[in-house]
Ligand binder design. Structure first.
Ligand code: FES
Length: 64
């Protein structure tokens, strides 16, 4: 599913970028161009950041 329609950025690309260290909307904008057009994807992109970071934290807790 495309999250950023202006720039044709799919959800998995955003998830991968977060896993690789893009932990803010600004990081995603710089890395992928998320929310650099109309900005309509910004809230959804931030929700994905929160979701992936929560998944990463849970995985770290399980590994500890
Ligand atoms: S949908 Fe992402 S900038 Fe427009």
């Amino acid at each position: 599913m495309f999250i950023c329609l202006c720039n044709g950025i799919p959800e998995e690309s955003i998830r991968q970028a977060v896993r690789e260290g893009a932990h803010t909307l600004e990081d995603l904008s710089a890395r992928l161009g998320v929310a650099t057009g109309c900005g309509g994807c910004a809230l959804l992109a931030e929700e994905i950041i929160d979701e992936v970071r929560a998944e990463m934290a849970a995985a770290q807790r399980r590994a500890a």
